[in-house]
Unconditional design. Structure first.
Length: 277
């Protein structure tokens, strides 16, 4: 099922007692997007590849929007009237083409992303989120409306789905560090959560993978990919749903490592030894 507007804040995969995450692509419904995060240096662009893995043609509209991270790790969409100067600058700097695509099944499509860094722009990290929104099949919607029983009034409810990826521009010499707070197992609506606080200092975001191991044991108990802390917050709560058996296995003395994406070298951003309760 194609879930609405996934922000890609953290992708999880479990492997026996450990979890191993997937490749640098994100599938939502019939749309596959790769990569799931774009970082530009302000001087050159890149490409994102879309692929329709469904069995029928699908149309998508592509646009940019502004989202801000909350202390709970969510991403709130921001109205244009509330944009900051840096957010407006990000939208002005990013260009892309095409803006609408129709994808036959198993047919990839390249979206070209460019960046125009104006002279004199302040050093810093600028970010917008690229939205790939499904365009409903109007013929199918009309057919559903015509088939609905009623007395002259037909209503067709067609869900509109989408997926977003961050597009980040870094200008100047930027740096950031992170630290990991106390970890715990929480429960929300009968769902076990592996939770901890992740704080950030510096003038750019941090992004990486979480690995949990027992002291002296190399094999991980748990892995989670794609955990970010964006510059608008100094820290966030990380709360990752886990099966009950994994929650039980995580309790006790553990070591938590926060590492860069493997494509960037996999270096350690932060680590902490703690007792999960």
């Amino acid at each position: 099922m194609f879930r609405p507007f996934l922000p890609l804040a953290g992708t999880i995969a479990l492997l026996a007692t450990a979890l191993v995450a997937a490749a640098p692509a994100h599938a939502s419904g019939d749309l596959l997007v790769a990569p799931t995060r774009v970082v530009l240096d302000g001087s050159r662009g890149t490409e994102v590849v879309l692929n329709n893995i469904g069995s029928t043609p699908a149309t998508y509209r592509i646009s940019l929007e502004i989202k801000r991270m909350t202390p709970l790790g969510g991403l709130d969409e921001i109205e244009e009237s509330a944009f900051s100067a840096a957010e407006r600058a990000a939208l002005d700097m990013i260009s892309f083409s095409p803006r609408r695509v129709t994808l036959p099944p198993n047919q990839p499509q390249v979206i070209r992303i460019g960046v125009r860094s104006p002279e004199g722009v302040e050093p810093g990290e600028y970010r917008a989120h690229m939205l790939f929104r499904a365009v409903p099949d109007t013929v199918a919607a009309t057919d559903r409306a015509a088939a609905a029983p009623g007395s002259g009034v037909s209503v067709a409810l067609t869900p509109i789905y989408g997926i977003t990826i961050p597009v980040i521009i870094r200008i100047g010499d930027l740096a950031a560090t992170a630290s990991i707070g106390e970890a715990r197992i929480e429960t929300e609506d009968d769902q076990a959560l592996f939770s901890f606080d992740l704080t950030r200092t510096g003038n750019r975001s941090v992004y990486g993978d979480i690995e949990v191991t027992r002291p002296g044991v190399a094999e991980p108990l748990f892995l989670a990919r794609g955990i970010a802390v964006y510059p608008e917050v100094s820290g966030r709560k990380v709360a990752i749903p886990v099966p009950a058996e994994v929650a039980a296995a995580l309790k006790g003395a553990v070591k938590i490592r926060y590492t860069e994406d493997r494509e960037l070298g996999g270096g350690t951003i932060a680590e902490a030894s703690t007792v999960v309760r």
